[in-house]
Design a protein around this ligand. Structure first.
Ligand SMILES: C[S@@+](CC[C@H](N)C(=O)[O-])C[C@H]1O[C@@H](n2cnc3c(N)ncnc32)[C@H](O)[C@@H]1O
Length: 373
C-alpha cells in the first residue's frame, strides 16, 4: 500500500487557531450538524436496540468514531449530539443506571492537526478520547468493535482525482477547467466512477468495524439531480478559482502545464446516486435519507466568510500542487473576482444539498465479507 492510501497527504485543513484556520472558518459545516441534531436523536431512539439486539447491549463501553474529524470544534458538537441521544434513549426506557461509558475515536488523515484537536477537547467531556490517523477509505479498527460511526461533510473528498481527467488522450480530459461543473459529460462520469469506488471502500471498511446492527450517520455534501453545478455558487467558486489560475499562467507566474494537471478532488452526489451506491454495496440497511434544511439556504451568502472558508479548506491542496508561494496571491485574486460576481451573493444560487443518511450494519455480512479482515 502506498503512503497516500495509508492516509499521508501533504495537504490538510488549515490547522491551528489563527484567522485562516479551519477552526475559525467552519461555521458552514456546523450549520449542517445543527440541522441534523433532532434527526439524530429521533433515529438513535428508533434504531438503538437496548433490550434484544446484540448490537449494543449489555454493554460497558459504547464506542463511537468520527471519520474525517478535522480539528474541531464541529467534531465535538457531533459527538455530544450522539452521546446525548444515546443517553436519552436509556432514560426513556428507564435504563439510566445502565448508561455505558463512552469512548470516542477521532479519525482524519495523518497530517491533520491532531495537536490542535486534542488541545481543544471540551474540558467537561464525558468520554475518553483517542486519535486514529489514516485514510477512511480503508480499515482503521479491529473487526466488530465500533457501535456508532459518524462522518460529516467529508465524503466529498475523493481518494484521488480520476486519472482520465488529466489524460489528454481521454474523452474525459478536462481541458481548461479544474472541476466538472460545465465540463463534458465524460468528465462528470469519471468523477462519479471514482466517487462510487471510494464510497464503496468506505462502507465496506465500516461494515467490518461496526458490530452487527451497529449504526452509522453520514452528512454528505451533494447536489440535486435537477440543478446544474455550473449555475450555482459552488460551481462559480471553482470556476473563478480556475480562471485565476489561468490568469497567473498567462502572466507567467505558474506553468500552463501545472494548471492543466490541477483538478479538484471533490464529487457532490445526488440523493438517488447515493441510494444506488449504498444499495450496490449491500452491507447496510438504509434506515433514512433526508435532505437537511440547512440555515445556509435562508441566509444571504457572506462572500468574505466564503473566501476565508475556501482558504481554510483548499490552501493545503493548492500548496501541494503549485508550491507555497502562490496561495496568498491566488486567493487574493479569487476574492477580488468573486466579490464582483453577482451570482455569489445571490441566495437563489445556493444549490448544494446536504444529505443525512442513517444506516444500520446488516446482522450478517454476505460472503466474501464474513471471513475477511
Ligand atoms: C470539510 S472537513 C469536515 C470536518 C468535520 N467533519 C466538520 O464537520 O467540520 C473534511 C475533513 O475530511 C478529511 N478527509 C478527507 N478525506 C479523508 C480520508 N480519506 N480519510 C480521513 N479523513 C479525510 C479532511 O482531511 C478534512 O479534515
Amino acid at each position: 500500500m502506498n503512503k497516500e492510501e495509508l492516509g499521508y497527504r501533504k495537504y490538510r485543513m488549515e490547522g491551528g487557531d489563527g484567522p485562516c484556520s479551519y477552526r475559525q472558518n467552519s461555521n458552514y459545516q456546523k450549520l449542517s450538524l445543527d440541522s441534523a441534531k433532532e434527526l439524530m436523536n429521533e433515529l438513535i431512539d428508533q434504531n438503538l436496540d437496548l433490550r434484544n439486539s446484540y448490537n449494543v447491549c449489555p454493554l460497558d463501553t459504547f464506542r463511537i468514531a468520527d471519520f474525517g474529524c478535522s480539528v474541531g470544534p464541529n467534531t465535538f458538537i457531533a459527538i455530544e449530539n450522539i452521546i446525548e441521544a444515546v443517553r436519552n434513549k436509556h432514560k426513556s426506557m428507564n435504563l439510566e443506571s445502565k448508561i455505558p461509558e463512552f469512548q470516542v475515536f477521532f479519525n482524519d488523515h495523518v497530517d491533520n492537526d491532531f495537536n490542535c484537536l486534542f488541545k481543544n477537547l471540551p474540558s467537561n467531556r464525558q468520554y475518553s478520547a483517542a486519535g486514529v490517523p489514516g485514510s477512511f477509505h480503508r480499515r482503521l479498527f479491529p473487526r466488530s468493535t465500533l457501535h456508532f460511526a459518524h462522518c460529516s461533510t467529508s465524503l466529498q473528498w475523493l481518494s484521488k482525482v480520476p486519472e482520465e481527467v488529466t489524460d489528454k488522450n481521454s474523452p474525459a480530459w478536462n481541458e481548461g477547467r479544474i472541476h466538472y461543473g460545465g465540463a463534458a459529460k465524460e468528465v462528470k462520469e469519471a468523477y462519479f466512477i471514482q466517487y462510487g469506488k471510494d464510497l464503496d471502500s468506505f462502507l465496506s471498511a465500516r461494515a467490518q468495524e461496526l458490530v452487527p446492527g451497529g449504526l452509522m450517520a453520514l452528512i454528505i455534501m451533494g447536489f440535486p439531480e435537477e440543478a446544474q453545478l455550473s449555475e450555482s455558487i459552488l460551481g462559480e467558486t471553482f470556476k473563478t478559482l480556475g480562471s485565476c489560475l489561468q490568469d497567473m499562467a498567462t502572466e507567467g507566474i505558474i506553468e500552463e502545464e501545472t494548471v492543466d494537471s490541477f483538478n479538484l478532488p471533490f464529487y457532490y452526489p445526488s440523493a438517488s446516486e447515493l441510494e444506488t451506491l449504498v444499495e450496490a454495496n449491500g452491507l447496510f440497511e438504509m434506515e433514512r435519507t433526508e435532505e437537511l434544511v440547512t440555515p445556509i439556504k435562508r441566509q444571504k451568502p457572506d462572500v468574505r466568510a466564503a473566501a476565508l472558508h475556501l482558504r481554510a479548506v483548499l490552501g493545503g491542496l493548492i500548496k501541494e500542487h503549485f508550491g507555497e508561494g502562490i496561495v496568498d496571491g491566488l486567493l487574493k485574486r479569487h476574492f477580488e473576482k468573486f466579490v464582483q460576481n453577482p451570482i455569489v451573493s445571490d441566495q437563489n444560487y445556493i444549490k448544494e444539498a446536504h444529505y443525512f443518511l442513517f444506516l444500520k450494519r446488516k446482522m450478517d455480512l454476505p460472503t466474501p465479507w464474513a471471513g475477511q479482515s
